[in-house]
Ligand binder design. Structure first.
Ligand SMILES: Nc1nc2c(ncn2[C@@H]2O[C@H](COP(=O)(O)OP(=O)(O)O)[C@@H](O)[C@H]2O)c(=O)[nH]1
Ligand SMILES: [Mg+2]
Length: 375
């Protein structure tokens, strides 16, 4: 009897040991799975992207017959719509506004050249002609730089305020934050919860745009050259000086020629064998890059223009260049951008903080816009 109890006790001890071991193994597996899911960040981005795209693409199925039209039409110098980066911010804002108000987004832009000669609809068809909307009730509002209007979106019932079938809007500000605050629209925007502004822009811009085949062809030629030698990476910078002899009409100065030397030093230190691509608003900076890195520099044809102040040169060729330049930036292994919406947008579409840097106040620092969440 005593022996049997001893035997049972020993068996129980073994059972407990095996059970503890099983629990430990299961726990480790779960922990490992969680880690693989959240790191590296690259995978997190891909997962978010798929979710957002499926949510967002549902929107295109709305059978709506009311419109919000991003509008930028008229003669150069007579009509002002902001630079290209700011226009894109306005377009993203109106895409979100159109969706929460059950309207369709259209884009009509012929200033300085027809947008559809450079970018075409990707998943969402925003192409619409002014003629097809003729006869509908309409209103035009210019709310560029209008913080009062942007702020009002926290409470505004847009369709009650603007009952017209077609609301033409000139806009250059971000609306996703105030719209998310608006009780009327918040439940239509659940997909942006926990998502960084950078990812929101990436998803929407990918839904809206792809390069026109003329630009795509030039992009393919450019990238083919890099792919030929798999050992050479592509290191890029978007250098915005602001007001400078190339675009003397710009109204703000951002960086000095002097401070740009820091970028050349950064390039040399990091990857001496890399291809170098520099896009800039200054012909002087462009020439300096060529003389510094001669054979390693890849350039795109065309003049540098300020899209909202395109007062000289072959403007449509300049517009091809600036859009091609942005699409090249999306493909850079290392990317340094200035504190400018022109460079920020392709950095968002590029979709990762790896190899991403910000050039500001004469210094270059790693930059992660995918880390900031608005709520
Ligand atoms: N090609 C080229 N043009 C640029 C560059 N940076 C600025 N520009 C021009 O200057 C304008 C600046 O306006 P915007 O894009 O709104 O940028 P932001 O004002 O700096 O936020 C752009 O639309 C371009 O026409 C650049 O790196 N390359
Ligand atoms: Mg601007």
């Amino acid at each position: 009897m005593k022996f049997e109890i001893l035997h049972l006790k020993r068996r129980l001890k073994y059972l407990c040991l095996v059970l503890a071991l099983c629990v430990a193994v299961i726990f480790s597996i779960l922990l490992l799975a969680r880690r693989t899911n959240s790191s590296p960040d690259k995978y997190k981005f891909i997962r978010l992207e798929t979710n957002a795209l499926s949510t967002l693409s549902e929107w295109r199925n709305h059978s709506v017959d009311r419109y919000i039209i991003y509008s930028c039409n008229g003669r150069i110098g007579k009509v002002h719509c902001s630079g290209w980066g700011n226009r894109l911010i306005g377009i993203v804002a109106l895409y979100i506004l159109a969706n929460v108000t059950d309207r369709k987004l259209g884009i009509i832009m012929d200033n300085p050249c027809n947008l559809t000669d450079f970018l075409v609809p990707n998943i969402y068809n925003w192409s619409v002609s002014a003629e097809s909307l003729a006869g509908r009730s309409s209103i035009f509002i210019d709310v560029r730089n209008n913080h009062g209007f942007t702020n009002s979106l926290k409470k505004l019932n847009f369709n009650a305020e603007f009952p017209q079938d077609v609301v033409y809007i000139a806009s250059n500000q971000d609306y996703h934050f105030p719209l998310f605050k608006n009780k009327l629209y918040r439940n239509r925007l659940h997909w942006i919860t926990g998502r960084s502004t950078a990812l929101i822009y990436k998803h929407i811009l990918e839904i809206l745009f792809k390069p026109h085949h003329n630009i795509q062809r030039q992009l393919d030629v450019f990238l083919a050259k890099i792919k030929k030698d798999p050992d050479r990476t592509l290191t890029c910078a978007q250098i915005r000086l602001g007001k400078n002899p190339t675009i003397p009409w710009d109204n703000r100065a951002l960086n000095t020629l002097e401070s740009v030397r820091m970028i050349w030093r950064f390039f040399r230190q990091r990857r001496p064998t890399s291809w170098i691509f520099v896009t800039t608003d200054s012909q002087e900076v462009r020439d300096e890059a060529k003389s510094m890195f001669s054979m390693n520099v890849l350039d795109t044809e065309g003049e540098i223009i300020h899209m909202d102040k395109a007062y000289r040169g072959d403007i449509c060729r300049g517009m091809t260049k600036l859009i091609l330049d942005q699409w090249i930036l999306i493909n850079c292994d290392t990317l340094v951008i200035s504190a400018s919406s022109f460079g920020r947008i392709p950095a968002f579409i590029r979709g990762t903080p790896f190899g991403l840097y910000l050039f500001a106040n004469s210094s270059i620092t790693p930059w992660n816009p995918f880390r900031y969440f608005i709520h």
